[in-house]
Write a protein that binds this ligand. Sequence first.
Ligand SMILES: N[C@@H](CCC(=O)N[C@@H](CS)C(=O)NCC(=O)O)C(=O)O
Length: 223
Amino acid sequence: MASDSVTLIGFWGSPFALRVKWALELKGIQYQYVEEDLTNKSALLLQYNPVYKKVPVLVHQGKSLAESLVILEYIDETWKQNPLLPLDPYEKAKARFWSRFVDEKCVPAVISTFSKGGEEQKKAAEEVRENLKTLESGLEEKRYFGGEKIGFTDVATGWLGCWVRLVEEIVGINLIDTKSMAKLNAWFDDFLEHPIIKECMPPREKLMEHNKAFYKVLTSLST
Ligand SMILES: N[C@@H](CCC(=O)N[C@@H](CS)C(=O)NCC(=O)O)C(=O)O
């Protein structure tokens, strides 16, 4: 690995790695991508992320960083072109708030909808809908969370638009109500249709297969 190089260690189906890929692509940064086998973790991953042993990992000038939101901030501070975080401290804090809200509230509720059955699943699905409605309020009257341009929160949370729709199809429960969440739904579409964002997205069928397999693992664990 050249000392000034940028390397992303990822896994094609990881939304957390996708966030980092999106940020690097939106900023036009040259990088090397290394695909990780999560069933047989490489010495490289264990060396660079000994704490969590997860992807993504970013290696820049020989120094490694883990945790996708931390990596996004590093990228934004290191390469100033096409800024992701707003300059205004309050707006910047809000961008971090919504990104954490998705990781801490939305993702666990979607996982519960995916892994539970019966009443527990219904409750989890209701929680997903409430959380998505709350997330929608963060959009305010803007096109993207970043305003007229894709920003930090968009990059951190926009993958939900694809994932939640796959989960809906697999478990047969509606989570994004297109009527009561029209603004959120339109934002998901708009974001996912952006050429750079779209270019990095794995094919839907491949993601569907991957999520079906994930569903099998989750449901077998919870029974
Ligand atoms: N909080 C982490 C989550 C990363 C994560 O969960 N990565 C998954 C792939 S989607 C992983 O590497 N899993 C391997 C494992 O848990 O052993 C981040 O934001 O980067």
